[in-house]
Design a protein around this ligand. Sequence first.
Ligand SMILES: Nc1ncnc2c1ncn2[C@@H]1O[C@H](COP(=O)(O)OP(=O)(O)O)[C@@H](O)[C@H]1O
Ligand SMILES: [Mg+2]
Length: 246
Amino acid sequence: MGRLVLDNLKLSLGGKPILNNVSIDFWDGHVHAVVGPNGAGKSTLAATIVGLGGYTDVDGDITFDGESICSLSVDERARKGITLAWQEPARFEGLTIRDFIKASAHGNGVDVDAILEQVGLDPGSYRSRAVDKTLSGGERKKVELASILAMKPKVALLDEPDSGIDIESIERIFDAVRLLKEQGATVILITHSLAVLNQAEHAFLMCHGKVVDKGPVAKIRHYFEDKCIPCDHKNTPEVYDLGGQV
Ligand SMILES: Nc1ncnc2c1ncn2[C@@H]1O[C@H](COP(=O)(O)OP(=O)(O)O)[C@@H](O)[C@H]1O
Ligand SMILES: [Mg+2]
């Protein structure tokens, strides 16, 4: 369980088409990646999947284990187990990290210290700290990843999981991705980073709001190396400029 299927999704923002007929089958229990240059529409796709406000006026369908979720609110989708990391940090502002992780587990038993260790945070230093502005961007990301592990989601969308994270900590984030998979989650890594793509088993390449290729990571990696994406926009080279970010 946990198969998420996008069928011909179309979405416009501010009168501009951003997602153009996106069809993707994120089959369950795998680690998928959605890759593509900045502005391709990846974060918009994530927001549309979880149903954030402003991203619900969508054509096409999103099904989860065979049932359409398009008419469900963001909270109803979350209750079905569809989560997007780094979505609503403000809601938990001021809680201790321990309480934040416990709240994320929705009443299921959770070993807070073990989860903190899994994401590379020393429990003694962090469990009693508040989720607030004194956390660095990287610490906050790890805390939220810990909350996702506590939630045991069916679908875990991670948008740019390596941004703001130091090199040593990236490995801990990747460990957590493996743990989510072991828990049975369908993991969707959204990224323009080759290192993150390499954590996936299968990838979808987006450009200008379209899926332009899909396949095993080894096949999609090729486009990063060549810095060239075959699509309808061959005459707009700025679209292919990955800006050294890979
Ligand atoms: N609220 C919005 N109104 C109009 N255009 C938007 C809005 N949000 C994003 N866009 C545009 O949608 C495109 C895709 O953005 P985004 O999904 O953030 O891309 P990515 O995550 O792949 O970098 C960009 O051209 C961006 O400028
Ligand atoms: Mg983005």
